[in-house]
Design a protein around this ligand. Structure first.
Ligand code: GDP
Length: 389
C-alpha cells in the first residue's frame, strides 16, 4: 500500500517517526507523504526522520496554547485545530493524493492535542479526499489516571465514527515492569511500528510480477472496510538460526519443504494471534481477518498459507479470512502479521469508559465542592457583608 501518514500530537508524531525508521531499516517504501501536527513547539522538534518542512505548529497564536501545548485538554486541542483549519488545509494541499491508496492518522488519545485535534484533522481529510482515512490510536494505561481515560473514551467515539477503520494500541497491555515510562514508550512504539508497517507495506509495489500468493493493497483495504476497531497480531522467526526454517529448507527436497513449512507457517500464525495483540480482544469477535507473511518467497509455501488461513478461519469464526505473502527476498526473518478487523469484544475499551465516567463524576463533584468552599471562604459568618460591585 502507498500511504500518506499524519501524526497528530506527541505520541502520534513519535509513532510516525518510528514507522519511517522501520521502513528505512527494512528497505520498505510505505509512507509516501509525511506530516506531523502539534500544538507544542518542543514536541515538534523530537522526530528524527520527519523533514523539517513537514512539521506543522498549530495554535501558536491561540490564547490557551501559544506554542506550549494544550495542557492535556482535548476540548482545547479541538478548538485550536478548528481555528487553524485553513493552515491545516493548506498543508494538505501539498499531498499528491493520487499517489497514495490511503491516509493514516496516528494519535495518542489520552492527551489534549491528539485526542482533540486528531478528529478535526480527520474530518477535513474526509471532506477533501475520497481515499480511505485510517486511524492509529494509542489508548492510555489505567495507571495514567482518570483525566487521560476521559480524553480517550470521548476521543475514541470521535475517531471511530469518523475514520474508515481504527487500529488500536493499548498501553496497558504493553507496559513492562522495570522500565521508565520513556523506555517503555520507546519499545512500544517500535513494536507497533513493526506491526503496522509490515501489514500496510504489503502490496506496496504495483508490479503484478510478484507471484501468485502476493497480497495486494486492495485485499488489505477490503479487510479494513468493515469500519470499527481493529487489532494486530505479529510473530516472526529468524531464518539464520540453526533450528530455523532456512536450515531445513537447505536440507530438504522441494516437496518436503512445502509439507515441513506448512506446519511451521501455521505455527507462526498461531503464535501471532495468541501472543500480545495491539489491543487484547476476543479473536472470534472479528468481522474479517487477514494474514500477511513477509519474508523470502521461497520460504512461504502455498500449502502453508492455506493451512494458516484455514486455522484462522476457525479461530476467528468468520469465512472472511484472506492470506498472502509480501515477498522480501533480502529479509533474514519470516514474519506473520494478522489483522483482526472490527473486533467487538475488547474488555480494555469498556474499562476505559468506566474509568472515564468515574473521572467525569469526580470532576463535577470537585467543581461543585470547590465553588461551595470558595463561597464559604469569602462569606462572613452571618452573611452581613456585600460585595463592592
Ligand atoms: P498530546 O501531544 O497532547 O496529544 O499528548 P501525548 O501524545 O504526549 O500523550 C497522549 C497519550 O499518549 C498519553 O496519555 C499516553 O497514553 C500516550 N503516549 C504518549 N507518548 C507515547 C509514546 O511515545 N508511546 C505510546 N505508546 N504512548 C504514548
Amino acid at each position: 500500500m502507498k500511504l500518506a501518514t499524519i501524526g497528530v500530537g506527541n505520541a502520534g508524531s513519535k509513532l510516525i517517526d518510528r514507522m519511517l525508521e522501520f521502513e528505512q531499516e527494512t528497505g520498505r517504501d510505505l509512507c509516501r507523504h509525511v506530516l506531523v501536527i502539534n500544538t507544542a513547539r518542543t514536541d515538534l522538534a523530537k522526530p528524527d526522520h520527519v523533514p523539517e518542512d513537514r512539521r506543522v505548529l498549530i495554535g501558536d497564536t491561540h490564547q490557551k496554547a501559544k506554542g506550549h501545548g494544550v495542557g492535556g485538554d482535548g476540548e482545547v486541542g479541538a478548538e485550536v485545530a478548528k481555528n487553524d483549519i485553513d493552515e491545516i488545509r493548506r498543508v494538505f494541499d501539498d499531498v499528491e493524493i493520487h499517489e497514495v491508496d490511503a491516509i493514516l492518522v496516528a494519535a495518542g488519545l489520552g492527551g489534549g492535542t491528539g485526542s482533540g485535534a486528531g478528529p478535526v484533522v480527520i474530518d477535513e481529510l474526509q471532506k477533501m479526499y475520497d481515499e480511505p482515512v485510517y486511524g492509529l490510536g494509542v489508548l492510555p494505561g489505567e495507571y495514567e489516571g482518570g483525566r487521560p481515560a476521559l480524553n480517550a473514551a470521548r476521543s475514541l467515539q470521535s475517531f471511530v465514527t469518523k475514520v474508515d477503520n481504527f487500529i488500536a494500541f493499548d498501553n496497558d497491555a504493553w507496559r513492562s515492569r522495570g522500565q521508565t515510562v520513556e523506555e517503555g514508550y520507546e519499545e512500544m512504539n517500535r513494536e507497533l511500528a513493526t506491526r503496522i508497517v509490515t501489514l500496510l507495506a504489503a502490496g506496496e509495489v504495483d508490479d503484478s510480477d510478484v507471484g501468485e500468493n502476493a497480497m495486494d493493497s486492495s485485499d488489505i483495504m477490503r479487510t479494513l472496510d468493515t469500519g470499527g476497531v481493529s487489532s494486530i497480531g505479529y510473530a516472526s522467526t529468524d531464518l539464520d538460526k540453526p533450528e530455523g526454517l532456512l536450515s531445513k529448507y537447505k536440507k530438504k527436497e522441494d516437496d518436503e519443504i512445502n509439507s515441513m513449512d506448512a506446519a511451521k507457517i501455521k505455527g507462526l500464525v498461531r503464535r501471532a494471534v495468541n501472543s500480545r495483540l495491539t489491543i487484547p480482544c476476543e479473536v472470534s469477535s472479528a468481522d474479517r481477518a487477514l494474514i500477511i507473511f513477509a519474508g523470502p518467497s521461497s520460504m512461504i509455501s502455498r500449502k502453508g498459507i492455506e493451512s494458516a488461513r484455514e486455522w484462522l478461519e476457525q479461530e476467528a469464526d468468520t469465512v472472511e479470512v484472506l492470506a498472502g505473502d509480501d515477498p522480501r527476498e533480502d529479509s533474514d526473518t519470516l514474519a506473520a502479521v494478522v489483522l483482526l478487523s472490527n473486533v467487538t469484544e475488547t474488555p480494555r475499551i469498556k474499562e476505559i469508559q468506566n474509568q472515564a465516567v468515574d473521572a467525569q463524576n469526580k470532576i463535577k463533584e470537585l467543581d461543585a465542592v470547590r465553588e461551595e468552599e470558595i463561597a464559604s471562604l469569602i462569606t462572613d459568618d452571618d452573611n452581613e457583608l456585600d460585595p463592592i460591585v
